[in-house]
Design a protein around this ligand. Sequence first.
Ligand code: HEM
Length: 326
Amino acid sequence: MLTIPIVAGAGMSAVFITTVNGFMNQPEGFVMEAGQFMAVNPVQAMLNTATFSKVFHVLSSAYLTGAALLAGIAAFAMLRKGVSAYHKKGLNLMMAVVLVFSLLNSLAGDVSAKFLAEHQPEKLAAAEWHFETESGADLIFLGWLNAEHEIIGALHLPKLLSFLAFGDFNAEVTGLNEFPPDEHPPLLVHYLFDLMAGIGFALLAISSLYFLFVFWKKRNQFNKWMLRMVALSAPLAFLAVEMGWFYAEIGRQPWIIRGYMRVEEAATSSPSVRILFFVFLLLYIVLGVICVLVLRRLFNNNPAELEMEKWLEQKHDQSAKKGDQA
Ligand code: HEM
């Protein structure tokens, strides 16, 4: 019963954090006069144009990752200890959540790309190594750049960048060369974007295959290869979240507040930063260790598998009694 308020509470916290990040990308709700932020409207600043796409993408990817972690733990346990009723139930439930949130997350990624195409075109252009403004632009997957900024060895998906950016295969997509060179984000964001989106489609494929096996009775969704892929989904989802944040933050460079304040202007020279870093590091290590100890005690003293077996036995006895009475 506690799960719903915890999940909702964590969601609210993510919403507030993400609105701040939205403001850094799309600063709104103030007037700039003589280098000063004036007439600040905090609500407008929070509900800026970036808020919707960011909150949608962050929440859907967080719930997707949580479900992938739980599914991965169940799959890993089944690979090690064999298939049990408890893990089967858990895996089926979590894979349903992974499937739903993979779909929602891909939709949110699409909304985010469309936001970038309109409001932060240099970030999308850097991710796609899209240098010249062009209609019917290709989506570039992987590859590398030579000294002349020519793309080598990449997979070109015809006109797909135009479609991703504007939902139209022939739309014009702004190239990076339209922006002053000192405002270009680092080009390595290409790999971060590809890895994030690639993992997104892999998670969608794995969860779709899982349910294909569930409904196609000739196949077993608990076969070793399926379980291995599900177990791998957990670290992959975490990696995608990290790649997503690195892309969002490195892709905003050189700005901390896009168009108003550069990172070097905001960076603090306070000597206390290092001490604070270690204090926080220590705090998180202590919290992490306590969390692991508490969970281990909780589950070692009361294994969930046993609880589930007892519950199944009880149900079995009850229905047997009902049968005798009838
Ligand atoms: C399915 C294909 C995906 C596409 C097309 C996509 C697209 C995007 C785009 C365009 C951004 C930059 C948004 C911005 O800077 O305003 C972004 C950021 C991000 N992505 Fe993805 N993404 C995809 C999959 C994923 C997956 C699978 C995850 C994690 C499970 C993920 C997690 C994130 C995170 C945490 C951010 C940073 C927050 C944000 O700026 O919204 N993405 N993604």
